[in-house]
Design a protein around this ligand. Structure first.
Ligand code: NDP
Ligand code: 2IT
Length: 444
């Protein structure tokens, strides 16, 4: 059996009931075959793959808090510190009822290679909880965040591990967590990113993932001789990534006609009204059913359906495994040119394969959504030098990073004879640096 297959089988056997983690490992290892075959003897002796698929540390803890009725609630908290070969652990905190250890491990594993692709010195981690901020009062969210940080603070620090936002964790949650960390530690330090602008946050971090997705999409299309301006796009989700992806797509001359939440989706043939979306989601924390009040000509549908609309470009920005094989078939039948992942692993393995077989330009999340964590690393730099850069400076650096990622994944794919396969390219480009650092640092 090949080294890749051996390691994958052992991951499945040792990590039962974690299908998302298996999926992420399979995608990465399968596409690394050309590099691994070329270095098999060394990697086997060093157990490099066995080490890379095993988190350096996993923390699981109780998070008790009191709700507005005086009832004690108990959630589970996680932090998986996956790999610190190239820098302190870095990655978001997901707050969603679906969170379990397998989901945090898939996200942490992806984060290793994503962070490496940014070219910045950050290792891979992820954390979160099965707490659902939806429908909770601000006081309840604060109670949860304080309890969560009262345990997590022991394991993090500006040179150790720097968490950030993800699904369900935005500026409000990061603010409460930062406040509690500062109180417990008596230290004002850049321990979290995505902070408010008055206490160490970076300009453009809020926009960074969505903007970065569009910078990469534009560059990738350009590499393939296609212009983004004038294209029609489908976006799923209506959270942080989706909102700023839509905003930047419009600034770059494309038109986004859909967005969604976990209840339903909107089709607005005139282009999504970003100001309305921000008011509904960022200010009122409401549902997409509200959108029609702002745009009477739009349609609201319950359930899923975004991928059934005819468009040139699809940008999944909600969650994992939200774009299935049937959706991929529909997109191809409708003549889609490119699928670029704003979310982490939104496309199933079968759907990815179908899109690639049908010559759709496909950019995997670990490259396409790396602008968020890259700008987090820029926030860390600003915190270290106790300075703040302007929006234009940060945005320009973000754009440079995304353009570099695009070329690095393209070059890596070509180097190994997989021209145009950006999954292979992104995984190889991300892996090489981490592998070399691990080999250089000995058995640790
Ligand atoms: P938000 O919480 O801001 O928004 C998430 C959006 O996706 C919401 O519209 C939400 O709908 C929808 N969604 C979430 N879970 C589901 C589900 N199970 N089924 C259907 N819809 C769902 O999160 P972000 O925008 O920050 O994150 C979106 C994706 O991007 C995630 O995969 C995240 O890991 C990834 N990502 C985020 C980065 C960041 O900087 N924030 C950086 C890189 C990647 P509803 O409100 O109804 O739950
Ligand atoms: O998936 C991700 O890259 C994030 N949620 C952002 C992580 C970060 O540290 O900014």
């Amino acid at each position: 059996m090949s080294y890749v297959d051996e390691v994958y089988e052992s991951v499945v056997a040792k990590n039962p009931g974690q299908p998302e983690f298996h999926q992420a490992v399979k995608e990465v290892l399968d596409s690394l075959r050309p590099v691994i075959d070329a270095n098999e003897q060394l990697y086997r002796k060093e157990a490099l793959l066995e080490r890379i698929v095993e988190p350096e540390r996993q923390i699981k803890f109780r998070v008790p808090w009191v709700d507005d009725k005086g009832q004690v609630q108990v959630n589970v908290g996680y932090r998986v510190q996956f790999n610190s070969a190239i820098g302190p652990y870095k990655g978001g905190l997901r707050l969603h009822p679906s969170v379990n250890i397998g989901i945090i491990k898939f996200l942490g594993f992806e984060q290793i290679f994503k962070n490496s692709l940014t070219g910045l010195p950050i290792g891979g981690a992820k954390g979160g909880s099965d707490f659902d901020p939806k429908g909770k009062s601000d006081r309840e969210v604060m109670a949860f965040c304080q309890s969560f940080m009262t345990e997590l603070y022991k394991y993090i620090g500006p040179d150790t591990d720097v968490p950030a936002g993800d699904i369900g964790t935005g500026a409000r949650e990061i603010g409460y967590m930062f406040g509690q960390y500062k109180k417990i530690r008596s230290a004002y330090e850049g321990v979290l990113t995505g902070k408010g602008l008055t206490f160490g946050g970076s300009l453009a971090r809020t926009e960074a993932t969505g903007y970065g997705l569009l910078y990469l999409t534009e560059e990738l299309l350009k590499l393939n001789g296609i212009e983004l301006a004038g294209k029609t796009c489908l976006v799923s989700g209506s959270g942080n990534v989706a909102i700023y992806a839509i905003e930047k797509a419009h600034q770059l001359g494309a038109k986004v006609v859909t967005c969604s939440d976990s209840n339903g989706w909107v089709y607005d043939p005139d282009g999504i009204d970003v100001a309305a979306l921000k008011e509904i989601k960022e200010v009122n924390r409401a549902r997409l059913t509200e959108y029609k009040k702002y745009r009477p000509n739009s349609e609201y549908h319950e359930g899923r359906g975004v991928w059934g609309i005819k468009a040139d470009i699809a940008l999944p920005c909600a969650t994992q495994n939200e774009l299935h094989l049937d959706d991929a078939k529909q997109l191809v039948a409708n003549g889609v040119i490119a699928v670029c992942e704003g979310a982490n692993m939104p496309t199933t393995l079968e759907a990815t394969q179908y899109l690639q077989e049908n010559k759709v330009i496909f950019a995997p999340g670990k490259a396409a959504n790396a602008g968020g964590v890259a700008t987090s690393a820029l926030e860390m730099s600003q915190n270290s030098e106790r300075l703040s850069w302007t929006f234009e400076e940060v945005d320009a650096k973000l754009k440079d990073i995304m353009v570099n990622i695009t070329h690095n994944m393209d070059d890596a794919a070509k180097r190994y004879g997989f021209e145009g396969n950006y999954v292979v390219g992104a995984n190889i480009a991300g892996f090489e640096k981490v592998a070399n650092a691990m080999l250089a640092q000995g058995i640790v």
